[in-house]
Design a protein around this ligand. Sequence first.
Ligand code: NDP
Length: 284
Amino acid sequence: MNTETGYRLELTGVFGYPVDENPTVVMMEAAFSELGLDWTYLTIKVPSESLGAGIAGIRAMGFRGLNLTIPHKGAVLQYLDEVDQGARIMGAVNTVYRKDNLLAGTNTDGKGFLRSLTDDAHTDPAGKKVLVLGAGGAARAIAVELALAGAASILIVNRDEVRGRELVRLVRENSSTHAEYLSWHDAVSIPSDTDIVVNATSIGLFPDTEAIPHVNFDTIRKGMIVCDVIPNPPRTRFLVEAEKRGAVTLDGLGMLVYQGAIAFKLWTGRDAPIAVMKKALVAL
Ligand code: NDP
């Protein structure tokens, strides 16, 4: 705290519309307190037509970092000085950070997923065969990062064929990962040589917690790694059913915390207190 003005010294935050229920403030404030940093995280409602002015504002005010959520992840690219490879391929930035005097953009969603895979499931995605349910923003982030990390193959399963094929194209054009599309109208059977299965749809998100992706669960084998992006509730019906078949499971809360932890490190240069951040989210 600046004792003369009473203000906190360093600003971070999120732009969204709507944004009221965004949980990130809770985990970032917990992390700043834990490390004794005089930083704060503001949840800011910014309509689409004001995004450019908003980014000019954070430049002017010297914000140290920013998250973007719906509907700004794609539109923000035009206002940044630099965007990394993954975010450029996805066409979506969720984190802005300072690089000298420039504003740089990245997407930590897929990177958070990878960290959960490596740190919690002790699995290197290189050479792995992956099946991704969904082709929306979360699926794009995960598929692109898996491809950049050297996954052998990615099978995209989605209801909407145009979106599914577009993600296959992105993976093929930007990596040497083999990518295919499978339409999703009946129960999906998981090919027996699949290493990692990811539910990257919104199926099962609170309050619709009884919903479950239409999968032939008897094709999930012991030892497969089965992941869900849904952070609330973390233990989805999808993961419960996969566990019953002997799968190793990873929940969306881990991904959410890690994507925030990667942003935290980019902003502050400090390792994020993962356990503290997770505890703050769970207490919500
Ligand atoms: P999008 O709206 O971009 O995509 C939603 C995807 O879910 C689409 O592929 C859609 O298929 C599919 N889908 C939705 N309902 C059904 C259904 N009934 N049957 C089959 N497919 C369905 O959303 P996002 O990708 O941005 O977000 C998806 C989820 O990921 C959200 O619940 C969000 O909370 C979570 N998320 C979690 C993060 C984390 O850190 N844990 C980070 C980011 C997101 P179609 O294309 O056919 O319509």
